[in-house]
Design a protein. Structure first.
Length: 84
């Protein structure tokens, strides 16, 4: 790899503020804020609004859209049109 063209890659803590969950991983993201992790070391912390712990798809609370029902409701409201 060529030197000085790639961003710094190191350990970063991502913290989901909504679910009060944090995990340590490696990333090119950086932050001025730091946090002391469970291992006693201090790492930069990046606050995120949503993660796999709080996302509706992963938690099982996702809404499933009934597209067939929506089409039928549209056709009832505006009438079924003939083809071209």
């Amino acid at each position: 790899m060529r030197k000085e063209i790639h961003p710094a890659y190191g350990p970063v803590v991502f913290r989901d503020r909504a679910a009060h969950h944090a995990f340590l991983t490696r990333s090119t993201m950086s932050s001025d804020k730091t946090i002391e992790w469970e291992d006693g070391h201090t790492y930069p912390v990046v606050d995120v609004e949503i993660s796999d712990v709080s996302h509706p798809f992963y938690t099982g609370t996702a809404r499933v859209l009934d597209t067939a029902g929506r089409v039928e409701r549209f056709e009832r409201r505006f009438g079924k049109r003939g083809g071209a």
